[in-house]
Design a protein around this ligand. Structure first.
Ligand code: JCF
Length: 680
């Protein structure tokens, strides 16, 4: 597979990467037979992430960077996870861990240390075990994070997976407890298994992880039973009883319920101890009888975890610190200052292009003035560049700080390089910002963001066109785009009549949009695509979003104080008001939400439905929409986790299975009655 190929346009490269990653996901998660190493996979993944970050217009909601794993294999029954089973963001090396800690402390508004829990990162496969009144009723693989494969019978054969929970003295067992953990294989058992397979002429497993995954995902559980599988619990999904206040408390609770918890977890330690533990694990990894591919670091406080929330892919309160950092050596040509849409001045090292883990790197962010000072990077320096788990490549350190003739330490400019206005710090922020809201560099970035794929998605509105529009005084806010005519555009460089008309048409098409896209397009600080979706889901209309108070905003699950303040501030500001009103005056219209939001109080809240057969008055899709609007979930196949099966004409095996499992069966009329709140 060509990952080092000739330079390509970013869109083409992103498509190619996405396709390759999907293929590798399939091989890894579904077939348990990867063809590249984890490091090679990480390099592809990070390259795509970096591309999407640099070119937000490429961001595709179906990108493998937005999802976890691969869809479940259809030979297994599937069932939904009550709460999404997320994966972890990667950090490569200590600098990334410190950056993670910074983000956590900033979000927590803590200047003091944050207690963390550090644990070896098991290299196995994630599973969820559902216990009802202490009995194991369901085991699911992670699947794509939303829907998992039902592997209950197989999980029951793993000796370390308790069939029943142990009741701690004086405490009733929780009605429902979803335990999450890793099924893995220890090295001695793995070697013995492979020796036996080879003796029988069967192909050996490439590594313990594949052996564990291949063993748990067996259609015949008697095969699983013969495999030396092991299990460690590391967290919980949904639980029916109040929880301890910390993650380490949760681990203690799991342990007291009889679930195996890794004894090598360090709980409630500070960042420095966690980093020391990381070095220790790295050095001693061969002394462990299981494979680990790094260390998992989690903010210990569950309240803090809640404040930090998650992205669609991973929690913001945890990070996987991987062992291998991909690094390369190169030279800094110069340090450039880029201006973002909020005026933030970011120093960027322009590098002699170098390959880092299969990706050519020519720029590396230096983040901010503090970071430049800490690393003391200067033009002409020879530096070590590493691919961070976070987003973009970064400078890890300077290799020749003593060289003669080295220029003076780099200083951030006191004025904006684009417009010459003052650059200033506000409050406790470390970033310098250009104070001029009309700064052409800021204006360009705001328009670029507004028109980008994840925002209003104006086709053909590229960087060069935006630069011309701003420089020629044709646009100073996104509102101005809607006054452009084909004649004005046709007069620009490299613009024919036809393409001018195409752009006017594209702008016109963008006028009809969804609330989430509209909110994202506004460029409110701290409101990315995901938060915009959360806000749209909650408020439903622009008017309600505009009027929301900080209290109402913070009451939304996943919206913390920082985001709430940004949103309220934006709508209260004259510029924010002008932008929104201006867009509405130009005819921008917000369409009804495509997907009805999930209601937590609806008649079907918390219930899982399976639809089968032909319904008399509506399609299955319509029925599914109604169920989701009432807070329910729709799964593809029947299992013990199914609450109701809605059966129409010619219902087949799903109906048989529902009867066999004793799942309640209803017809369309019964469903409608229930959704109206008159049913069960
Ligand atoms: O050991 C692991 N592979 C592991 C994976 C450990 C954890 O504590 C995890 C994880 C994936 C997600 N925690 C989360 C939240």
């Amino acid at each position: 597979m060509d990952t080092h190929g000739a330079p390509q346009d970013p869109a083409g490269r992103a498509r190619q990467l996405a396709q390759e990653i999907r293929e590798h996901n399939y091989r890894y998660y579904v077939l348990d037979a990867p063809v590249i190493t984890d490091q090679e996979y990480d390099a592809l993944f990070q390259e795509l992430l970096a591309l999407e970050t640099r070119h937000p217009e490429l961001a595709d909601p179906a990108s493998p960077t937005r999802t976890v794993g691969a869809p479940p294999l259809d030979k297994f029954d599937t069932a939904p996870h009550t709460l999404p089973m997320l994966s972890l963001d990667n950090a490569f090396g200590e600098a990334d861990v410190r950056a993670f800690d910074e983000r956590v402390r900033r979000a927590a508004r803590l200047s003091g240390p944050v207690p963390y829990t550090a644990e070896p990162k098991m290299d196995g496969l994630a599973v969820e075990l559902v216990y009802e009144n202490g009995r194991l009723v369901l085991a699911l693989t992670r699947g794509d994070g939303v829907t998992g494969e039902v592997v209950t019978a197989n999980a029951r054969t793993v000796r370390k997976v308790p069939q029943t929970l142990h009741a701690p003295e004086g405490l009733p067992l929780p009605e429902r407890l979803e335990v999450r953990g890793e099924v893995f294989m220890r090295k001695p058992g793995f070697l013995k298994l492979n020796r036996n397979r080879e003796a029988m002429g069967l192909p050996a497993f490439a590594n313990p992880r594949n052996a564990a995954a291949g063993s748990l995902r067996q259609l015949d559980s008697s095969v699983t039973a013969k495999r030396p599988l092991d299990f460690f619990a590391y967290g919980i999904g949904q639980a029916s009883r109040p929880l301890p206040e910390t993650h380490s408390g949760v681990l203690g609770l799991l342990s007291s319920l009889g679930l195996p918890v890794n004894p090598d977890i360090r709980a409630g330690i500070g960042l420095e101890d966690a980093l020391a533990y990381y070095r220790e694990l790295h050095a001693r990894r061969q002394d462990f009888d299981y494979d680990m591919d790094g260390m998992v670091l989690k903010a210990d406080s569950l309240a803090l975890q809640e404040t930090l929330g998650t992205t669609s892919r991973s929690p913001r309160w945890a990070v996987a610190v991987k062992f291998e950092a991909v690094q390369a050596q190169t030279r800094v040509r110069e340090i450039e200052i880029s201006v973002g849409r909020t005026g933030a001045l970011t120093p960027v090292a322009l590098l002699e292009p170098v390959e880092v883990g299969g990706v050519t790197v020519a720029r590396a962010t230096l983040h901010n003035a503090d970071e430049v000072r800490r690393k003391d990077v200067r033009p002409g320096d020879t530096v070590l560049v590493q691919r961070a788990g976070d987003v973009i490549p970064e400078v890890a350190g300077v290799l020749d700080p003593e060289r003669p003739g080295r220029p003076a330490p780099f200083e951030m400019p006191l004025v904006c390089p684009a417009c010459g206005s003052d650059a200033a710090r506000t409050g406790e922020e470390v970033v310098l910002r250009c104070v001029n809201p009309l700064c052409p560099a800021q204006v360009k970035e705001r328009i670029r963001h507004f028109a980008s794929k994840a925002a209003l998605d104006i086709e053909g509105m590229g960087d060069k066109l935006i630069a011309q529009l701003v420089d020629k005084g044709l646009a100073s806010t996104p509102v101005d785009l809607f006054s452009l005519t084909a004649e004005t555009l046709a007069a620009l460089d490299r613009m024919g009549k036809k393409s001018a008309q195409n752009i006017v048409d594209a702008i016109d098409r963008a006028k009809e949009t969804r609330l989430a896209r509209f909110l994202h397009a506004l460029g409110i600080r701290n409101v990315g695509e995901h938060v915009a979706e959360v806000l749209a889901d909650h408020f439903k209309t622009l008017e309600r979003t505009r009027r929301a108070t900080v209290e109402e905003l913070t009451s939304i699950y996943e919206v913390g104080e920082i985001v709430a303040a940004s949103v309220a501030e934006f709508f209260a500001s004259p510029e924010g008001g002008r932008l929104v009103d201006g867009l509405l005056e130009k005819g921008v219209r917000i369409r009804e939400e495509e997907k009805p939001a999930v209601s937590k109080q609806g008649a079907a809240a918390g219930k899982t439905f399976v639809l089968t057969g032909t319904l008399p008055a509506m399609t299955r899709e319509e029925a599914a929409e109604k169920i989701k609007a009432a807070g329910g979930r729709v799964a593809g196949s029947v299992s013990k986790a199914t609450h109701y099966v809605v059966a129409g004409e010619k219902a087949g095996s799903k109906l048989d299975k529902a009867r066999a499992l004793g799942v309640t069966v209803m017809d369309e009329a019964g469903l409608l009655k229930m959704l109206e709140g008159q049913g069960e």
